[in-house]
Write a protein that binds this ligand. Structure first.
Ligand code: CO8
Length: 258
């Protein structure tokens, strides 16, 4: 897969997507987001890939949507063009797990992209923020919706209204990121986590993703019922037989459906 604004490569069973517009701190222009959607679609269809990692550079995961591209937009341009966001949902709808490996700035659309992933591993250099208010706009790709779900109302209001940045320690304490690693180990740690996930049974991994996401879209009772039904369904999988047999026989499972 060859792209202009991203690099997409297979690393074992992991699909690694590197945002590659370093001079503009990976500002999210339309073609970049289109390419990201295409790469996700290809990795999702590739049966040799079990998990996907999206990362940026040491300085920036992504410093937001491309301000130069947007600055002269009319309402009609923004509404009709549906720029940037028209392929945005691919990160969310991808059925394989997607990890964001974030170093440096994750601002505006960059923070929103990271939040669209299933979880965030942050370098100790990571800085998160929704500074749109400084530009006379508001977040437009989930900042006012996903951030409060991740960190609660107080911190989300604070970040969106004040435009201040939150460092990796604060982000982990608030629940936005799952782990912090030294900046020079970020890719190694993220690829390691992804390789581990890709070693498990893919249908089970996909069910887990679907179930955790269901927790944000349904009542507790509906979510519990959905989980219980899928838990029962898991007993129809060959990989369940293999996983439990391997435990009892004290050996490593060899999952068939990866
Ligand atoms: N868009 C375009 N170019 C950018 C962006 C951006 N978001 N961020 C940085 N750049 C460019 C700079 O213009 C500069 O280019 P050049 O060298 O040609 O002048 C280059 O990247 C390096 O940037 P700086 O010189 O500013 O680097 P610093 O280290 O001094 O500062 C910062 C780094 C703090 C990250 C600073 O660049 C900055 O504040 N960037 C803007 C951050 C921002 O406001 N992000 C929010 C953008 S709006 C948004 O994301 C809305 C999303 C809605 C999605 C849905 C759309 C429909």
């Amino acid at each position: 897969m060859t792209y202009e604004y991203i690099i997409a490569e297979a690393k074992g069973r992991v699909g690694l997507i590197t945002l590659n517009r370093p001079k503009a701190l990976n500002a999210l222009c339309d073609p970049l987001v289109d390419e990201l959607g295409d790469a996700l679609t290809e990795f999702e269809a590739d049966e040799n890939i079990g998990c996907i990692v999206i990362t940026g550079s040491d300085k920036a995961f992504a410093a937001g949507a491309d301000i130069s591209m947007m600055k002269d937009f009319s309402y009609m341009d923004a509404y009709k063009g549906d720029y940037i966001t028209r392929n945005w949902e691919k990160v969310k709808t991808c059925r394989k797990p997607v990890i964001a490996a974030v170093a440096g700035y994750a601002l505006g659309g960059g923070c929103e992209l990271a939040m669209s992933c299933d979880f965030i591993i942050a370098a100790d250099s990571a800085q998160f923020g929704q500074p749109e208010v400084k530009l006379g706009i508001l977040p437009g790709a989930g900042g006012t919706q996903r951030l409060p779900r991740a960190v609660g109302k107080a911190k989300a209001m604070d970040l969106c209204l004040s435009a201040r940045m939150m460092d990796a320690t604060e982000a982990e304490r608030a629940g936005l990121v799952s782990r912090i690693v030294p900046a020079d180990k970020l890719l190694e740690e993220a690829l390691g986590a992804a390789e581990k996930i890709a070693s498990y049974s893919l249908p089970v991994v996909m069910m887990i993703k679907e179930n955790v996401n269901r927790a944000f879209e349904s009542s507790l009772n509906e979510g519990l019922l959905f989980e219980r039904r899928q838990f029962h369904a898991a007993f129809a999988l060959e990989d369940q037989k293999e996983g439990m047999a391997a435990f009892v026989e004290k050996r490593k499972p060899a999952f068939k459906h990866r």
